[in-house]
Design a protein around this ligand. Structure first.
Ligand SMILES: [Zn+2]
Length: 299
């Protein structure tokens, strides 16, 4: 009977195709979907996800997709919308069953109040889009994926649910370890290049006192850098956290003037060679941070 059922169809159909905008989302699709779906990310983890160079191949990938998963909160606003239109794929347009905005239900920080103007820099009206850097949000995304993958592969629901439960358990175990590793450094003051880390620093107890960028998306300016140096000296800040896609020149110069160190963290899966899945992302960043905080003698 089982053999007949197999020959009858489903097992020979190609698995549904999932496209995600970022490698973090692709990693979470792999956790939940396993070999029941194929998945590919458009942006690489070492690229700035705000500014991805659109390629013709992206349009083909989107054309063939059964499900598109986006970070949302306007992270992809600078590059995705025209590609989505050109894909001519009705299944994955916003509002269609094959479109998932992964930010639904997650904890979003820095939602601006009042009017937003160009003078504020690249401020996102619906809050900070770098929310995947809190493992609790990763769990919410994975849960949303169970429902979204079930829409495109209803027969595999039990597999998705079982894989989600397994991921949830492994993530919870790892979170205990990360929280314990970071506990001795609670309240340590850091500077970050871009506002990529509010969810991460909130979760792991770091205090961000300033940014290398004068405003989000605006490159360092001499006057802002001077202010930052004096603020870091005054508050005795020992770490500058930098994303791999920014020029390290200004952070290095600031660090040398205030006696701090520059730590290049991975903001995404694929942001460093060893970071191949979602749990590895935190493993890698926490490990770098703990070593840097120890060597800085930060308490
Ligand atoms: Zn950003």
């Amino acid at each position: 009977m089982a053999v007949t059922a197999m020959f009858a169809g489903a097992a020979f159909a190609a698995p549904p195709k999932v496209i995600t905008t970022t490698e973090d989302l692709a990693a979470l699709v792999r956790e939940v979907g396993g070999d029941k779906v194929t998945v590919e990310a458009l942006a690489k983890g070492y690229q700035d996800p705000h500014f991805v160079e659109p390629k013709p191949s992206f349009i083909i990938k989107l054309h063939d997709a059964d499900l598109l998963v986006v970070v949302g909160r306007e992270l992809e606003i600078g590059w995705l919308p025209p590609l989505l239109t050109q894909s001519r794929n009705a299944k994955i347009q916003p509002g269609a069953p094959g479109y998932l905005d992964a930010s639904a239900g997650v904890r979003i920080l820095e939602i601006p109040t009042g009017q937003i103007t160009r003078a504020m820099g690249d401020v996102h009206p619906s809050g900070n889009p770098h929310y995947w850097l809190d493992p609790d949000n990763g769990r919410v995304i994975a849960k949303s994926l169970v429902a979204a993958l079930t829409r495109i592969a209803p027969g595999d629901r039990a597999t998705f649910e079982q894989r989600y439960a397994d991921f949830d358990r492994r993530l919870a175990e790892a979170q205990k370890r990360w929280t314990a590793a970071m506990a001795p450094f609670k309240g340590a003051k850091v500077v970050t290049y871009h506002r990529s880390w509010p969810n991460f620093t909130e979760r792991f107890g770091l205090d961000v006192i300033g940014y290398v960028e004068p405003k989000p998306g605006i490159p360092p300016s001499p006057s802002h850098t001077i202010d930052l140096i004096s603020e870091m000296k005054q508050q005795q800040v020992k770490l500058i956290l930098v994303e791999p896609y920014f020029d390290a020149k200004t952070p290095k110069s600031v660090a040398s003037q205030v006696g701090a160190q520059v730590v290049v963290l991975a903001p995404s899966v694929g942001g460093a060679k060893d970071v191949t899945d979602y749990i590895q992302l935190f493993e890698y960043d926490i490990n770098l941070l703990v070593n840097a905080l120890k060597s800085a003698g930060t308490k």
